[in-house]
Design a protein around this ligand. Structure first.
Ligand code: AMP
Length: 513
């Protein structure tokens, strides 16, 4: 089934329900949203010769047209290739070439230099007026028929450790993911407001489907990005706001809320994931926002759906198991099974860390034009995530790290995440990231990059005492590097590769202990 059927049906069932908002202003109801998708699908087909299966790239900031174009692309049976708007033109051009996209929609005013865009690909301005329905193509009165395993979305991974790969997600994958949301993440109804503060090319965009299915409202902030105070204002105005946020965004919301005495009014749910949320940060977020936080763990290859940790578990700070749960990523979502395996890909026992593998209806069909990576990652339907973690007896999954980030020091595994968790609890530490550095004696040694809280200072000696009073001494950082900020990619993930390179290249001012 074509996922665009959900919009077509919503347009018929609830034509007058409010659908699209720019800031607090409604710009379309569901009838209009569906009409625009259909008209744009006609334009794609008639004016640009787009055929089912063709790839159409979207390289622009969040906007309501993003949603219209998504559905137009699927309506016409084509495949959407959302590109993170913060990428450089050259990176975007690489993706367009890799995806062999026929068209690319960009923000008005953004122009690719001649020769920058590969092959036949043409650039079009996304934010143009949509003409009246012409109804020239009766075959597009409803979305083009698609099978569950037909390709819908080429999801380019954020590539924190190398070249981005195109994850092939089908209509069936997207539906399975969406149906897990009300079961495992949060219930949705027509009074809800999906707020797009994080890039639509990623998690925030993936959460549009269930909100279309339920006839809820979709709001793109005027800033077309993330500003904590803008989110609070929209939440107060529009109510019942749900949003996806990377942990760094949650952290900024917490700080801003504290500054202005905001208590979460109008926000229903903040679904966070995509990177580790440290227990110390989660504790603060719950203090400020109360029972509004929900965690998901997923990756492009099984979008937004490996596990989830529900609102009640996160909010109940007095539960005797709270620390364990808060440090975990919760339980498997309804449409996947999880196993943890050793280096030979054999299951390990409960509580033993190993690579996390996932199987189920959300798991990708492979990497676009990359057989070798597909063979390595997908075996018998199991997706090998490259994440290291362990399962408890109750099915609760805890992530320790990406396998390539584990530090092997003196023959022992040190999981950066656990070192980071301890340092993040220090009152003078704002952010921390731990990586391994080649070490003649130990193989690798532990290095912590630390950002101090505003106007505070912290030194290596204080951090070492803090650390050794809480965790095995062999895991303690051998070096601290103090910096004003951590390098992050445009999805807010810390770039460990860059930190490792910095260590190799700059030999930065380091306080060794
Ligand atoms: P991406 O495919 O860009 O969404 O990145 C997925 C990766 O982000 C996963 O493989 C994990 O390493 C990490 N990740 C996702 N969700 C979480 C989470 N809740 N906690 C910690 N790391 C996460």
């Amino acid at each position: 089934m074509n996922i665009a059927n959900w919009l077509n049906e919503a347009g018929r069932r609830w034509p007058q329900r409010p659908a699209l908002f720019e800031g607090a202003r409604q710009i379309a109801d569901y009838a209009e949203f569906a009409r625009r998708a259909r008209v744009r699908a006609e334009q794609l087909t008639l004016q640009h010769g787009v055929e089912p299966g063709d790839r159409v790239a979207l390289f622009m900031k969040n906007c309501c047209e993003y949603l219209e174009l998504f559905y137009a692309i699927w309506w016409a049976g084509a495949v959407a290739v959302p590109i993170n708007c913060k990428l450089h033109n050259r990176e975007a051009a690489w993706i367009v070439e890799n995806a062999q996209a026929r068209l690319m929609f960009t923000d008005d005013g953004q122009v690719f230099a001649q020769g920058e865009l590969p092959g036949e690909c043409r650039e079009l301005a996304a934010r143009c007026a949509v003409s009246q329905a012409k109804g020239l193509l009766p075959q597009l009165a409803v979305p083009v028929s698609r099978r569950a395993d037909d390709l819908a979305w080429l999801f380019y991974t954020s590539g924190t450790t190398g070249r981005s790969k195109g994850v092939m997600l089908s209509h069936g994958n997207l539906m399975a993911m969406s149906l897990c949301y009300p079961l495992d993440v949060d219930q949705v109804d027509a009074t809800d407001t999906a707020l797009y503060a994080a890039p639509m090319s990623h998690g925030a965009g993936l959460y549009n489907f269930i909100h279309v299915r339920c006839g809820a409202r979709h709001v793109v902030p005027d800033s077309r990005g993330f500003k904590a105070d803008e989110v609070f204002g929209l939440a107060r105005d529009l109510k019942q706001v749900s949003m996806f946020a990377a942990p760094t965004m949650v952290k900024r919301m917490v700080e801003q809320a504290r500054r202005q005495g905001y208590d979460g009014e109008g926000i229903k749910s903040i679904v966070y994931g995509g990177a580790p949320m440290y227990v110390a940060d989660l504790r603060e977020a719950v203090e400020v926002f109360g029972p509004r936080l929900i965690q998901i763990y997923g990756q492009g290859e099984s979008p937004m759906t490996v596990s989830a940790l529900g609102r009640a578990a996160i909010a109940d700070q007095h539960h005797p198991q709270w620390e364990r749960l808060a440090a975990s990523v919760g339980m498997a979502q309804s449409c996947v099974e999880i196993k943890v395996v050793d280096a030979q890909r054999q299951p390990v026992s409960t509580g033993t860390p190993g690579e996390i593998a996932v199987r189920g209806a959300t798991v990708m069909h492979g990497y676009w034009r990359n057989e070798a990576a597909t063979r390595e990652t997908l075996v018998d339907g199991w997706l090998f995530t490259g994440d290291i973690g362990y399962l408890d007896a109750d099915g609760c999954l805890t992530l320790t790290d990406r396998s390539r980030d584990v530090i092997i020091s003196g023959g022992s595994n040190v999981y950066p995440r656990e070192v980071e968790e301890v340092l993040a609890t220090h009152p003078d530490v704002f952010e921390v990231c731990v990586v391994g550095e080649a070490d003649a004696q130990w193989g690798e040694s532990v290095v912590a990059f630390v950002v101090a809280r505003d106007e505070r200072s912290v030194d290596a000696h204080a951090l070492t005492s803090w650390f050794v009073s809480r965790m095995a001494s062999f895991k303690k950082p051998k070096k601290y590097v103090f910096c004003t900020e951590l390098p992050k990619n445009s999805y807010g993930k810390v770039l460990k590769t860059e930190l490792r390179t910095r260590l190799q290249q700059d030999r930065p001012a380091v306080a060794a202990t």
